[in-house]
Design a protein around this ligand. Structure first.
Ligand SMILES: Nc1ncnc2c1ncn2[C@@H]1O[C@H](COP(=O)(O)OP(=O)(O)OP(=O)(O)O)[C@@H](O)[C@H]1O
Ligand SMILES: [Mg+2]
Length: 229
């Protein structure tokens, strides 16, 4: 049995609204094995982002537990959680937010600095390796304004990857890309699980991308509607 890197038990999340309590998540259980490419799918408003942000500890559940590598997030201090996010997790968002005054290489290197790594020849090699993995070995000195949306998103993936996180969280990373580039980006995520043993959790609406997943978690109206893979 593979090592379970993410486990959630009975995750519920209520938001206070003028109309009363709104339960965005109604008790989500999941076990995600290490090194898998996992797609979190469901209609708009089904609870994907809410669930993802509870797993990565940016938000707290109203009820339920999240275990990362067997550790209950409730047992960690805010400082320990921040450290977990900085060193063990990588993030890719729908809108790319590269630093415009830095080139591709420097954007990736900067993220390693933020993860607390000392910048040296080894980190430079790692930056190159990550940019090559996303197919941008020949764009390292380009500024973000000189790159297409798909290229920028691939720099963002290299950036999320450079400090060797255990888990990458990608919330709708392909939403602003054309279908060919969306498929390419999805393929890169899958390659990362194979080459680096990283676990990737990606949300998407795009049914065309589902085939690439090792495992699918489908939400509907705050509930999980598939229990299998
Ligand atoms: N801070 C909040 N306060 C009140 N309701 C919220 C809050 N955040 C999310 N919700 C509600 O919870 C539900 C789930 O939202 P969530 O953002 O998780 O959906 P999603 O599946 O990511 O949707 P999308 O595909 O559009 O990104 C929605 O009905 C949303 O309106
Ligand atoms: Mg969302």
């Amino acid at each position: 049995m593979d090592n379970v890197i993410i486990k959630t038990k009975g995750i519920k999340r209520a938001f206070d609204t003028p109309a009363g309590k709104f339960w965005a998540l109604k008790g989500i259980d999941a076990e995600i094995p290490e090194g898998k490419f996992v797609i979190l799918r469901g209609r708009s408003g089904s609870g994907k982002t809410t669930y993802m942000n509870i797993i990565n500890s940016l938000d707290d559940p109203t009820e339920g537990d999240v275990f990362i590598d067997g550790v209950n997030l409730k047992d960690l201090s805010e400082k320990e959680r921040e450290n977990l996010r900085r060193t063990k997790m990588g993030f890719v968002f729908q809108s790319v937010s590269l630093i415009p005054s830095l080139n591709a290489f420097q954007n990736v290197e900067f993220s390693m600095r933020m993860a607390g790594m000392k910048i040296n020849k080894d980190t430079a090699r790692r930056v190159e390796e990550c940019l090559k993995l996303v197919g941008l070995g020949n764009r390292m000195n380009h500024m973000s304004a000189e790159m297409s949306g798909g290229e920028q998103q691939r720099v963002a993936i290299a950036r999320a990857l450079a400090h060797k996180p255990s888990i990458i969280f990608a919330d709708e990373p392909t939403a602003e890309l054309d279908s060919a580039m969306a498929a390419r980006v999805t393929e890169i995520f899958k390659e990362m699980t194979r080459k680096e043993g990283i676990t990737v959790l990606m949300t998407t609406h795009d049914v065309g991308l589902m085939g690439a997943a090792d495992m699918m978690i489908e939400l509907d109206n705050g509930e999980r509607i598939n229990a299998g893979e």
